[in-house]
Design a protein around this ligand. Structure first.
Ligand code: HPA
Length: 252
């Protein structure tokens, strides 16, 4: 295992390689066994702008795992095992607040967890770990500041604050659910923000999220949400995400 600090990048839907031109065959990968899964976690070792990065496909190779089946504990454990101390997570989300239209980049500062039934803690009484983490501010302010500064340096429009609603999925929400979530104060909605953020905190890893709005949340536009439309926004929006990552990594 490495003893130095590398950066972890967790890619979500549509973001399967750190570099757009990479293929699975070209990349050096490590399959790491963890106490939480029989299957190993695959991390791709890469380098971006001189920074060593371990890239993790959140949904597994070939996007096999839906949000509620992802083994978040195994994923976070594996990143810690290779020496990662800071993680940037990339999430595709629906926009709730009126200004959060498709293609907008957002650095959330708060979250509300609406998920259920996920293995959400390392502190489950089955191992020696035991604690109640402080989670008032779920995202690392240090990492958020770097991302926000680099967005400005790169002339990338970015929303500096947002509350991330993490829903269970894999289905999208009803219009009524979105109205409820909106009333709770949430600005964006996705299915994979939790328990990823709190597990990172439990392991002492700094964690921040780049969220890309890929659709108006359910009931907020006349248009039907389709996977094809989401894919089109992902294709263009992920170029901005990669630009922001590449500018930020050396500063993290
Ligand atoms: N809801 C939940 N998760 C999502 C959405 C959404 O509208 N868009 C992308 N991920």
């Amino acid at each position: 295992m490495s003893t130095y600090s590398a950066i972890g990048v967790i890619g979500g839907s549509g973001f399967y390689h750190l570099k757009p031109d990479s293929t699975s065959e070209q990349s050096a990968f490590i399959d790491l066994h963890t106490p939480f899964d029989e299957e190993p976690v695959r991390l791709t070792q890469d380098e971006l702008n001189g920074t060593e990065v371990y890239f993790l496909q959140r949904h597994g190779s070939e996007h096999k795992l839906p949000p509620h089946r992802i083994n978040y504990r195994a994923n976070l454990w594996a990143l810690k095992e290779v020496g990662v101390k800071k993680i940037i997570a990339v999430n595709a989300v629906g926009g709730i607040s009126a200004n959060l239209t498709p293609s907008t980049l957002v650095i959330p500062d708060q979250l509300i967890d609406y998920t259920w039934g996920r293995d959400q803690s390392f502190f489950d009484g089955l191992n020696s770990l035991q604690d109640h983490i402080e989670f008032t501010y779920p995202y690392s302010s240090e990492l958020r500041d770097i991302l926000l500064n680099e967005a400005i340096n790169q002339n990338l429009p970015i929303i500096k604050q947002a509350c991330f609603a993490c829903t269970q999925g894999p289905r999208l929400e009803t219009a009524a659910e979105i109205q409820k979530i909106k009333g709770d104060g949430c600005d964006i909605v996705g299915m994979t923000g939790m328990p990823e953020a709190s597990l990172a905190r439990e392991l002492g890893l700094a964690y921040a999220c780049i969220a890309l709005v890929v659709n108006p949340a359910a009931g907020l536009s006349d248009e039907v949400i389709t996977i094809d439309k989401i894919k089109t926004i992902l294709d263009s929006g992920l170029q901005d995400v990669r630009l922001l990552l590449s500018a930020s990594l050396g500063k993290l």
